[in-house]
Design a protein around this ligand. Structure first.
Ligand code: 13P
Ligand code: 13P
Ligand code: MG
Ligand code: MG
Length: 369
């Protein structure tokens, strides 16, 4: 029997703007999943990162299962009622459709799912990021799965010697899922050429070329593509199976020490460094900085251990200090140049009307004869 890991997450309201959900909201979602998931699920884990609530579920129904997605959607609908009753900001923010229709993809919530034959021991990582978008994982995944400088396992472990297959999605293609498969290491430069553009090309999944098994699943939704306007960032979740045929936990975590600049933060419109934070962290400075959390698990027959907080270790305190410095440094240049996202990313915000008005006031001067 194959095991499925499904994580479905949404922002359905938060305290003080976009900081974090209320305790009551989190409890509403948690108890809804427990009460209504009894027959569907083997196990579940409900958590928050920033203002996003994620429902991690294990079951045997496969990815894209209507009943699993419906359970998560209805838990978010129940939570939205609590959010409204408490006057939380952005209540129901990511529920973009009125009625559930078969699958939460394209309805607002982000989804990442993995189906696999459980190994005798099955360690995996669950990442959740707030105030950024799926491209935030491009760099850490490239380093962990294709660069022996980060992942010595690529040279040392025979099980990884063949490298990994990257499935990369063109998220600007709204008519359907447009993807390409590229193999590392042979096509490393092609992978690099795409992944450098975080806003258009994002890693959707990564597969072992030795065993054919899937390691990584990333949520790839672009909210503005669904809503046609800015409704919030596409705060992404990710599942990564680790060890043996896959990179070790430490190899997957290491790139987060960079604090690389990602899209997000304040009105979804800025470039800011990504800060690895403990589980259950909110956001603060300039509606950020963008944060990423990581819960590590082991599991057996679909039952998960308790979550271990991968970024709680003292090592990451120094990293957080550095990321704070990088964030303040970037803020010193306000909206100029690299600090704010390019126009293509701002086109769903109010600035387009301003530019259209100004456009009519430009004058072309005639050349002197
Ligand atoms: P309001 O314009 O609703 O205050 O929200 C702005 C904001 O927080 C960006 O998402
Ligand atoms: P969320 O997408 O996390 O709701 O953030 C909105 C925002 O842009 C806050 O400035
Ligand atoms: Mg929000
Ligand atoms: Mg959010």
């Amino acid at each position: 029997m194959k095991t499925t890991l499904s994580v479905i997450k949404a922002d359905i309201g938060s305290i003080g703007g976009h900081i974090c959900p209320s305790r009551r909201l989190l409890e509403t979602v948690q108890s809804y999943v427990q009460r209504h998931g009894e027959e569907l699920l083997v196990d579940s884990y409900v958590s928050f990162t920033g203002d996003d609530i994620a429902i991690l579920m294990t079951h045997t129904r496969g990815p894209g299962d209507g009943q699993i997605h419906k359970l998560a959607w209805e838990a978010f609908v129940a939570g939205t009622a609590t959010a409204k009753a408490e006057g939380l900001y952005g209540a129901g923010q990511d529920l973009l459709k009125d009625a559930f229709s078969g699958n939460v993809r394209g309805m607002g919530p982000a989804v990442a799912e993995l189906e696999f034959d459980e190994r005798p021991n099955e360690p995996f990582l669950f990442f959740a990021a707030d105030k950024t978008d799926p491209g935030a994982y491009n760099l850490p995944l490239y380093l962990a799965f294709a660069d022996p400088m980060t992942t010595p396992g690529l040279m040392l472990a025979p099980t990884m010697a063949k490298g990994f297959r990257f499935v990369i999605m063109d998220v600007s293609h709204t008519a359907g899922d447009r993807t390409i498969q590229l193999d590392a290491p042979e096509e490393l430069y092609d992978i690099a050429a795409l992944l450098r553009d975080n806003e258009r090309y994002v890693v959707e999944s990564i597969w072992s070329r030795s065993s054919g098994e899937q390691s990584v699943a990333v949520s790839t939704s672009r909210l503005h593509n669904i809503a046609g306007k800015y409704t919030g960032k596409d705060d992404p979740v990710m599942l990564v199976r680790v060890q043996k045929n896959f990179p070790a936990t430490g190899e997957v975590l290491a790139p987060y020490a960079i604090g690389h600049y990602v899209a997000g933060c304040m009105r979804g419109s800025h470039q800011m460094p990504l800060m690895p934070v403990p589980l259950g962290s909110g956001i603060s400075y300039f509606d950020g900085p963008p944060v990423v959390s990581c819960a590590a698990f082991a599991m057996h027959e679909g039952k998960m251990t308790e979550a271990v907080d991968a970024f709680a270790h003292p090592f990451w305190e120094r990293v957080r200090d550095r990321v704070s410095d990088k964030a303040m440094e970037m803020r010193r240049q306000g909206f100029f140049g690299a600090a704010m996202l390019p126009m293509s990313e701002l086109e769903y915000t109010g600035i387009m009307e301003k530019l259209a008005t100004l456009d009519g006031r430009f004058q072309v001067h005639k050349k002197a004869a």
